[in-house]
Design a protein around this ligand. Structure first.
Ligand code: WT7
Length: 646
């Protein structure tokens, strides 16, 4: 057996100590299965409602769901005020750390004051309930304050990741019709101030709806100023009253829009609403990570510009009165041990990050985390893509000290919260598998016709019952909502766009987006599976695999690999070795047609490998759109490696 197959067969039992005190035990699955709506109603009781709901779910007009019908609540009140009222005002909500090393500690009482002031400022600027507010900010506390201020007055926030271009910002402002942009002069990235305001100026200049731009001073860079339109945050917000009465809104009141790129060019504005969303993010944050509000220090390493940041830096942790870390910068600034230093300094107990980060740490070497005291950690999380067993094991050993369960969470911008993942006090873990639908969630693997498949088969992942934090529509485009997600298998089945395999135990393995699943000679092979195999080879740090069209086999497998620091690039010999390795690991059918050793892989700013671009190279096409690439010179580096003939 190969290394990766052996790993896939391994089980990691629940740590006894953790199980004994876990928030949820094994009975949770049965409870949810017996009375799904009752289970979600109980979860909703974790929140404070101004008016109780009449009906848990209205699914009379699928796929348009209403959860907690008739219920009213204020999301910001639930995230902040109620904890202060309950006597926890002195508890730290965020330990914030700027990239240059400046720090801020924000208690729940301080957060409440800041949110109230910002809410009053928004009202003064004429922002009304239902208006859209664009937020384009670095990872600073004002970003959270801005989101909560919107929620507090019933305005709909639309956060755009600060790494996106002015084009991306402009199209999102136009599509959402935002009346206000909240931004900053800039933020710190890789040791230098990185400007944001110029992109806002450019974007707003090309749109119609924005009346004001509210600017936080962070880097003290020079900024251009449009009198009458631009306002400093410190001028407008700081002088406001810390009193603001939170109005209760309908459970289905829109909370935010988050744009996500689909398979087509125009991004989709995923709409999330209030009561159901907050219920599921709060419950899942508590259950998936075994969150203990009084003692844990929780860190989601994402940017708030992504759904992971919305659900697990802001709404889930705050609704649960967690103490969180918020870090502005990149993992290698000023040195590659920066994250581990933060874990040691704040005694972080729960770390939630992405496989791509873990693989980067692997590339840098285990001696870096070994220099720090990481013994405070007790639960680890993973999100964003399937975590290959080698990265899982490395994470488990070199960050988790062999003691911490790894919760691999499958979900999407559209699902709002965790959907498939093990529970740390319940599930015996299988590296590489997300394993089990969350309690109260019905996930199935089906064939092309929508028939449910038995164990030990591969197919498409679908969700067969609505869930509280589900998207409600695509902003302004109900038809696209129905077409994209609810038409392939009928109006009551959500098509996730992911391939999945159920193993002999019924555990679910995510195989990547369906469009990334290759078909070679009529056999379905996952790009992820081949990548995982390549990464299992001692010389490989990272791998990306695409299916390139092939006249004989339908698709041929083309792999791009980055070698580990200590590995020698012996050219052809190494390539042959790797091809043989994969053929042995998975089967001859999975043997890559071509392997290219490269220095970098093209990634989006959220860290996803842009396979589309690699496919263009593999298929000898002109390069497609590279605007969302972190660094477009990466593509030239890769092209330089190609044989002259191609
Ligand atoms: C897609 C959703 C969920 C927040 C971050 C990404 C992939 C996500 C996993 C996982 C396997 C995963 C899927 C999904 N994905 N988490 N644990 N295992 N695949 O959100 O940008 O909306 O992307 O990411 O393909 O469909 P997103």
């Amino acid at each position: 057996m190969s290394e990766s197959t052996e790993l896939e067969g391994r089980r990691f039992p629940v740590p006894e100590e953790l199980a004994a005190q876990a928030n949820v035990g094994p009975d949770v699955y049965e409870r949810a299965a017996q009375d799904r709506l009752g289970f979600w109603a109980e979860a909703a009781d974790r929140l404070t409602w101004a008016q109780r709901w009449d009906e848990v779910l209205d699914w009379s007009n699928p796929p348009f769901a209403k959860w907690f019908v008739g219920g009213k609540l204020n999301v910001a009140y639930n995230c902040v005020d109620r904890h202060v009222e309950a006597g926890h005002g002195e508890q730290v909500a965020y330990h914030w750390e700027g990239e240059p090393g400046d720090t801020r500690t924000i208690t729940y009482a301080q957060l409440k004051d800041e949110v109230c002031k910002a809410a009053n400022a928004l009202v003064e600027l004429g922002v009304q309930t239902g208006d859209r507010v664009a937020i384009y900010m670095p990872m600073i506390p004002e970003a959270v304050v801005a989101m909560l201020a919107c929620a507090r007055i019933g305005a709909v926030h639309m956060v755009v990741f600060g790494g996106f271009s002015s084009d991306a910002l402009a199209s999102r402002i136009t599509d959402s019709g935002a009346v206000l942009v909240i931004t900053a002069d800039g933020g710190y990235r890789r040791g230098a101030p990185s400007a944001l305001k110029p992109a806002v100026d450019e974007a707003v200049g090309r749109t119609q709806s924005v009346r004001n731009v509210l600017v936080v001073r962070r880097t003290e860079q020079d900024v251009e100023w449009t009198e009458g339109r631009d306002l400093w945050w410190h001028d407008v917000v700081d002088r406001q009253s810390t009193e603001h009465t939170a109005e209760a809104f309908d459970a289905e009141h829109p909370l935010y829009i988050m744009y996500t790129s689909g398979t087509t060019a125009s991004p989709k504005g995923i709409l999330h609403t209030s009561g159901g969303y907050l219920t599921q993010v709060a419950y899942s944050h508590w259950a998936s990570f075994d969150l203990k509000a009084d003692t844990d220090v929780f860190w989601t390493s994402a940017d708030i510009g992504w759904v992971t940041g919305h659900s697990y830096i802001v709404y889930g942790p705050l609704a649960n009165r967690a103490t969180s870390i918020m870090y502005e910068g990149t993992p290698e600034t000023p040195h590659r041990g920066r994250w581990f230093e933060l874990i040691e300094k704040y005694k972080v107990t729960i770390l939630y990050t992405a496989p791509t980060v873990i693989r980067t740490f692997m590339k840098w070497g285990e001696d870096i985390p070994a220099k720090f005291d990481l013994s405070s950690l007790r639960v680890l999380g993973s999100v964003g893509e399937p975590i290959n067993p080698e990265a899982w094991l490395w994470y488990h050993e070199h960050i988790g000290g062999g003691r911490c369960p790894i919760v691999d969470t499958w979900w999407q911008t559209e699902t709002g919260a965790h959907m498939i993942n093990p529970l740390p006090g319940v599930t015996s873990l299988k590296p590489g598998s997300a394993q089990t639908p969350f309690p109260g969630i019905s996930a199935k693997v089906v064939d092309d016709e929508g028939n449910e498949l038995g164990d030990d088969t591969t197919g498409l992942l679908v969700l067969t019952e609505p869930w509280p934090s589900m998207l409600r529509t695509i902003w302004g485009d109900d038809d696209r909502y129905v077409d994209t997600y609810w038409s392939r298998f009928g109006k009551e089945v959500y098509f996730a766009g992911d391939g999945a395999k159920k193993d002999a135990d019924g555990d679910i393995w995510l195989l990547g987006r369906v469009d990334d699943v290759m078909n070679v000679s009529g056999h379905r092979i996952s790009t992820t599976e081949v990548e995982s195999s390549l990464v299992a080879h001692p010389t490989v740090a990272e791998a990306a695999v695409v299916g390139a069209s092939d006249p004989t086999t339908g698709q041929g497998i083309v792999a791009f690999v980055i070698l580990r620091g200590n590995a020698e690039d012996s050219g052809d010999e190494l390539v042959q070795q790797l091809r043989t390795h994969v053929a042995k690991d998975i089967g001859p059918i999975a043997k890559p047609r071509q392997i290219m050793v490269v220095q970098e892989l093209p990634k989006t700013r959220s860290g996803k490998i842009m396979r589309r671009l690699l496919r263009d190279i593999a298929e000898n096409r002109e390069l497609g759109d590279v605007t969302t690439l972190t660094d477009s010179s990466v593509m030239n580096l890769i092209k330089d490696k190609l044989p002259a003939s191609s």
